[in-house]
Design a protein around this ligand. Structure first.
Ligand code: ADP
Length: 642
């Protein structure tokens, strides 16, 4: 195919523009990025070759080669990895914005990166960082295992367009050729290259080689020296997870994290340990600071990298972690698994199961230590990942209680921004209290005003406030914590005040007929009408059946477009409220229509408003209220209510 000229995608253009005009002083990171890409390409080729030996093309000496050419002013980074086809190179280096790009550009919008060039270094800015040191970049690549040996040449000066054309290429893999700017020429010095590789890429598990000139002494003529060119490996290749913990610096852990995660931020926490005994493996796991944007979507690839005896088997081994810990990144290197393990075999492998159990426990233990010893840090973690962690309550029955102990809740007993745990709650339960009570709400403020809390306030019982939609899903079932049932304050009959039970029984008898009448009047709206044990000041409220849906939940499901079964609620009336006594008066006078019917409707409408719903007929509601106001206002002052 002939030469094609194409335009970069808008995001890529923006990124390139930024790179070219960047005042960032550590431009050397371009080499880290190119080496990282080369290493990934080799890992992919290696993995594919396990099932398709044609990929190898008789060349198994995996290598990343750096070639400085002072005469031409070029620096080339080559690999014999997987390579790219014409289509792949167009996508990868031109039309698709890559992992870091979006985050990078969004940060650019929020803070002005041009004034803070140092920020660039925090990001895995990828291939395009080449344009910080080069005014033209040529990439020649050939997909491994391709029979016709035709490769592709990609070229750009970073001006918004790039070209691609077919070319012959001897070996598989990719050469990235940087035509360095005047300022960039310093990266042609061997010592400079060596020191950058040491700093950023020492742990890369494939040899990074460079040809160096050495003086040798002649064996024939003593004292005579001559120059030879030799290939030298300039990285130690020591996999970081194999090193002693004490010998690894925070920066090294950070560099490796950047390499595997493409996350621009530093990791929030590192877990590095060696398991011995029934299962032998090393795990180096990272808890990120921020959740990647796609963590809630299906295309999110979870799971640490799996190595077997230092050979990378796959990039994301999802069998190694439960989904509720999918935010954890890292590496697991096993000594027990067979090298030829395939995806299918992973699913029922006992060794994998053992590792999964072990690292799940380790992560949960680490989180609970963090919560105990470094609460501030835990809070940061929880804000970001608490929602995902909670899924474990539902999916991991074995560790339900361990996970429950990691959860934090707003509560009627603590200020905004402070949280309580189930354990805190249970420790401070009042005498005679048997259940853990919760209320759901859109905000803490709204929940606190709820009439459903009146009786709890009076008894000084704590109520947890669930602000997260998922909470009701998770705990709405039969959840119990250390033998204490979790109960919604808006569901079921509430009898937290046992002394009042006898009194209530008396009231029930007294108002029996009136309640029957109200029940009959509202038979199309509510399932039942009864006296309430949860109200102090408010006249009435609506509650769900013990096994019914929480109204909050009903709204969420409806908003999600789900069909929600018609769920009638129970109207509870405060037996101590004067309104009931007054209505009883009217009722005893034999009134069965007019005012009394209007009052019953109003009572019900108010209850709807209090639970956060709308009256069925807002116009009628407003009309009735206005009518009552006028009646009250036109009475002589001495007769006025209130
Ligand atoms: P990232 O590595 O974060 O995905 P880059 O901009 O560095 O972003 O690279 C974009 C894509 O180009 C890579 O995802 C990969 O598909 C491809 N690529 C880059 N360098 C190489 C290489 N040496 N060999 C094969 N593919 C490469």
């Amino acid at each position: 195919m002939a030469l094609e000229k194409m335009e970069f995608k808008t995001e890529v253009k923006q990124l390139l523009d930024l790179m070219i005009h960047s005042l960032y002083s550590h431009k050397e990171v371009f080499l880290r990025e190119l080496i990282s890409n080369a290493s990934d390409a080799i890992d992919r080729a290696h993995y594919e070759s396990l099932t398709n030996p044609d990929i190898l093309e008789n060349d198994t000496g995996w290598k990343i080669r750096i070639t400085p050419d002072k005469e031409k002013g070029t620096l080339t980074v080559s690999d014999n990895g997987i390579g790219m086809t014409r289509e792949e190179i167009i996508e990868a280096l031109g039309t698709i914005a890559h992992s870091g790009t979006k985050e990078f550009l969004s940060l650019l919008q929020s803070k002005d990166i041009k004034d803070n060039p140092e920020l660039i270094g925090q990001f895995g800015v990828g291939f395009y960082s080449s344009f910080m040191v080069a005014d033209k970049v040529t990439v020649i690549s050939r997909r491994a295992g391709k029979k016709d040996r035709i490769g592709v040449k990609w070229e750009s000066t970073g001006d918004g367009t790039f070209t691609v054309e077919d070319v012959e290429k001897e070996g598989k893999g990719t050469d990235v050729i940087l035509h360095l700017t005047e300022e960039g020429k310093k990266y042609l010095e061997a010592w400079e290259i060596r020191s950058i590789v040491k700093k950023y890429s020492d742990f890369i598990s494939h040899p990074i080689v460079m040809e160096v000139e050495r003086e040798k002494e002649s064996e024939l003529k003593k004292g005579e020296k001559y120059k030879v060119k030799e290939e030298e490996t300039i990285n130690s290749m020591k996999a970081i997870w194999l090193k002693e913990k004490s010998s690894i610096t925070e920066e090294e852990y950070g560099e490796f994290y950047k390499h595997i995660s493409h996350d621009p931020l530093k990791p929030a926490h590192v877990i590095h340990y060696r398991a011995e005994g029934t299962s032998e493996f090393i795990a180096l796991l990272y808890i990120p600071q921020k959740a990647p944007i796609n963590i809630l979507y299906r295309d999110y690839k979870m799971g640490p990298m799996l190595y077997v005896k230092r050979v990378q088997i796959m990039e994301h081994c999802e069998e190694l972690l439960p989904p509720y810990l999918r935010f954890v990144k890292g590496v697991v290197d096993s000594s027990d698994l067979p090298l030829n393990i395939s995806r299918e075999m992973l699913q029922h492998n006992r060794e994998i199961e053992t590792i999964k159990k072990n690292i799940t426990k380790k992560i949960l233990d680490t989180l609970s230590e963090m919560k105990r010893d470094n609460y501030e840090k835990y809070l940061e973690f929880y804000k970001e990942f608490g929602r995902i962690l909670k899924e474990g309550i539902h999916y991991d029955l074995l560790r339900k209680e361990t996970i429950a102990d990691l959860l934090l809740f707003a509560s009627t007993k603590v200020e905004e921004g402070q949280f309580r745990t189930f354990a805190d709650y249970v420790k401070d339960m009042k005498e005679g209290q048997h259940s853990i009570y919760y209320i759901t709400g859109n905000s803490r403020e709204e929940a606190l005003k709820s009439p459903y809390l009146e009786a709890f306030k009076k008894k000084d019982y704590e109520v947890l406030i669930f602000l997260d939609e998922i909470d009701e899903f998770l705990f709405g079932g039969l959840f119990e914590y250390k033998g204490k049932m979790l109960k919604s304050v808006v569901k079921g009959e509430l009898d937290i005040d046992l002394e009042k039970a006898a009194e209530k029984e008396k009231s029930r008898k007294k108002y029996e007929k009136l309640l029957d009448f109200i029940r009959d009047t509202l038979k199309d709206e509510v399932k039942d009408v009864r006296l309430s044990g949860r109200l102090i000041d408010s006249p009435c409220c609506l509650v769900a059946d013990e096994d019914g849906l929480d109204p909050q939940m009903e709204k969420i499901l409806k908003a999600m477009g789900q069909k929600v079964p018609e769920n009638k609620r129970i109207l509870e009336i405060n037996p101590d409220h004067p309104i009931l006594k007054e209505m009883q008066g009217l009722f005893e006078e034999g009134k069965r229509d007019g005012d009394i019917l209007e009052y019953i409707r109003l009572l019900y409408d108010q209850a709807l408003i209090l639970e956060g719903s709308r009256p069925k007929d807002p116009a009628l509601f407003s009309k009735t209220i206005t009518k009552l106001m006028v009646e009250n206002l036109t009475r002589r002052p001495s007769e006025r209510m209130g």
